[in-house]
Design a protein around this ligand. Structure first.
Ligand code: 7PM
Length: 277
C-alpha cells in the first residue's frame, strides 16, 4: 500500500506523523513570529528532526469565525515557505488550501500533497488537483469553517461522513484525480459535536472499508478540551492518547502540533503491531 507524493514514496500500511506549520499572522500568540519564511523553515527543520514525514503548510486560518484571506495573500504566505522546505528538507510538503491557484502554484514548487478541508468543493479545485498530479486528502466537513459549529446535525454521523466522502471521491475522480492518489479524513471538529467526533473515532475502521489510507487530526482540538476540561495549551497528553487510538485503528497519517511526542506514541503502536504479525 504505497503512495507517491511528488517522488517521495511512503508505505501507507504504516502510520506517519504530519507536523502542522501555520503561516497565518494570527497563528502564534507572539503576533506572527513564524510568518517570516526563515522562522517557518526553522520550525519545519525541527519537526523533521523530530520524525515528521509530512509538514502541513497552511496560510488560510480555518478557525471558526476567521476572516477569509485573498488568494494572493495566501500565495504570498505559503509559496516562499514551500519553496524553502522543498529546497532543504527531506519531507513531504502538504499544503492546507482550498484555492485552485494555490494548489497549482505550490505543486510546481515541490508540494507533495493537497490537504483541502473543503474536499475540493471550490469551483475548479478538482481540475487543479488532477492537473497538479499529486495526492489529495479529502476531508469531511459539514458547512463552512466560519459557521460549521453553530448547530451540527446528523441522521447518522458515520453513514453521513462515509457518503459525503464517497460522493467527493466520485467527483474528483471524474475530474481526473487517480483513485490511488486519494487519502480520506473524517474531519474531527469540522461541523461536529463531541459525541459525533467520538462516534467517528470509535468506528474509524469503518472508513477503511472505502479502501483508502486515512488521515486524522485531533491535536489540541476542543473535543479533547470537553473530555479533559483542559485549556488548549494543556492538551498534549490527551492529544497523544487520541493519536495512539488512531494509530491502533489503522490511521496512516496523524496531523499534530507536537511531533516528537506523537512519533514516540506511534512507534509504540508500530512495535506492538510488528510483534503481533
Ligand atoms: C481552528 C479550527 C484552527 C480548526 C485550526 C483548526 C484538520 C486539517 C485542520 C484535520 C485535515 C486544527 C484545525 N484540521 N486538515 N486542518 N484534518 N486533513 O485544529 O483534522 O488544526 S485546522
Amino acid at each position: 500500500m504505497e503512495m507517491n507524493f511528488a517522488g517521495r514514496v511512503l508505505d501507507m500500511s504504516r502510520c506517519h506523523v504530519m507536523g502542522i506549520l501555520n503561516v497565518t499572522p494570527d497563528s502564534f500568540s507572539d503576533g506572527g513570529k513564524f510568518n517570516a519564511p526563515d522562522a517557518a523553515l526553522a520550525r519545519a527543520r525541527q519537526m523533521v528532526a523530530d520524525g515528521a514525514a509530512f509538514i502541513d503548510v497552511g496560510g488560510e486560518s480555518t478557525r471558526p469565525g476567521a476572516s477569509e484571506v485573498s488568494v494572493q495573500e495566501e500565495l504570498d504566505r505559503v509559496c516562499p515557505v514551500v519553496e524553502a522546505i522543498a529546497r532543504e528538507l527531506d519531507v513531504v510538503i502538504s499544503v492546507d488550501t482550498s484555492a485552485p491557484a494555490v494548489m497549482t502554484e505550490t505543486a510546481s514548487l515541490g508540494a507533495g500533497l493537497i490537504n483541502d478541508v473543503r474536499a475540493l468543493q471550490r469551483p475548479g479545485a478538482p481540475e487543479a488537483a488532477a492537473a497538479a498530479g499529486i495526492p489529495v486528502c479529502l476531508m469531511h466537513i459539514q458547512g463552512e469553517p466560519d459557521s460549521m459549529q453553530d448547530n451540527p446535525r446528523y441522521r447518522n454521523v458515520r453513514r453521513d461522513v462515509s457518503s459525503f466522502l464517497t460522493e467527493r471521491m466520485r467527483v474528483v475522480e471524474a475530474a481526473g484525480v487517480k483513485p490511488e492518489d486519494i487519502i480520506l479524513d473524517p474531519g474531527f471538529g469540522f461541523g461536529k459535536r463531541v459525541e459525533h467526533n467520538l462516534a467517528l473515532l470509535a468506528s474509524l475502521e469503518q472508513l477503511h472499508i472505502l479502501g483508502h489510507p486515512l488521515l486524522v487530526g485531533m491535536s489540541r482540538k476542543s473535543m479533547l478540551g470537553h473530555i479533559t476540561g483542559r485549556e488548549v495549551n494543556e492538551r498534549l497528553p490527551a492529544s497523544v492518547a487520541a493519536a495512539t487510538i488512531a494509530a491502533m485503528k489503522g490511521a496512516s497519517v496523524i496531523r499534530v502540533h507536537d511531533v516528537r511526542e506523537t512519533v514516540d506514541a506511534v512507534s509504540v503502536v508500530a512495535a506492538m503491531k510488528e510483534a503481533g504479525r
